[in-house]
Design a protein. Structure first.
Length: 211
């Protein structure tokens, strides 16, 4: 089936085959939303599960994400016309004082694979910017990354500012990175800690659906 072919080619990062498959599927009457859900996003879920199981690695995720993005570009006009609904909005970034970005990039990839609109704030992001952006965009999740022990206190400030705005319970703060532990996440009142990008996306989806 053509959707299975697109799914396989997306997971393997075969951009030309994905673009051709998407075009053929649209021409044959498959809806844009079917292609998105059953092929492109399903492929990212496949890669995410393999990543969690140690059967896929960062390069595999990056090439799959590129293929998904290329396929999505072809679908955008049709998705806009059909008013396709996203699952939610997530604000992602590396905290103030920390300029590491590979973990944050992987989280963004996996969140998009779950159907989130992702606002990637980049690196060296202040707590105030995290919370203000989330409030302005109506985001359901903030994902903070930190690889340096000296920068993790900024995560606590994100939680404090979130609570100060009265957004607890409808804006979730998830934390991760080499400098973060589950114990620390719990101590600052974060809504979750995950060890990898795929698990972060899973938890973000679960929490968003609970609202």
């Amino acid at each position: 089936m053509i959707l299975d072919e697109i799914r396989t080619n997306t997971a393997l990062g075969r951009v030309p085959q994905v673009k051709q498959g998407v075009a053929d599927a649209l021409a044959s009457g498959v809806t844009a939303n079917e292609i998105l859900q059953a092929a492109l996003l399903a492929a990212m879920n496949d890669v995410g599960e393999k990543f969690k199981a140690g059967q896929a690695f960062v390069p595999n995720m990056l090439v799959a994400a590129r293929a998904m993005t290329e396929g999505l570009e072809l679908l955008k006009p049709y998705l806009a016309a059909s008013a396709n609904q996203k699952v939610g909005t997530a604000v992602v970034g590396t905290v103030k004082g920390d300029r590491h970005d590979i973990g944050k990039k992987l989280v963004s990839i996996m969140l998009r694979g779950k159907g989130f609109e992702v606002i990637d704030l980049g690196v060296d992001v202040t707590a105030q910017r995290f919370v203000d952006t989330a409030a302005e965009s109506g985001a359901s999740v903030i994902c903070c990354s930190a690889l340096l022990t000296t920068t993790v206190p900024e995560m606590q400030e994100v939680v404090r500012l979130r609570d100060q705005k009265g957004l607890s319970g409808r804006l979730f703060v998830l934390v991760g990175g080499a400098a973060v532990t589950e114990e620390y996440a719990s101590s600052i009142g974060a809504d979750g800690y995950t060890v990898d990008a795929a698990s972060c996306a899973d938890l973000a989806l679960k929490l968003t659906n609970s609202i």
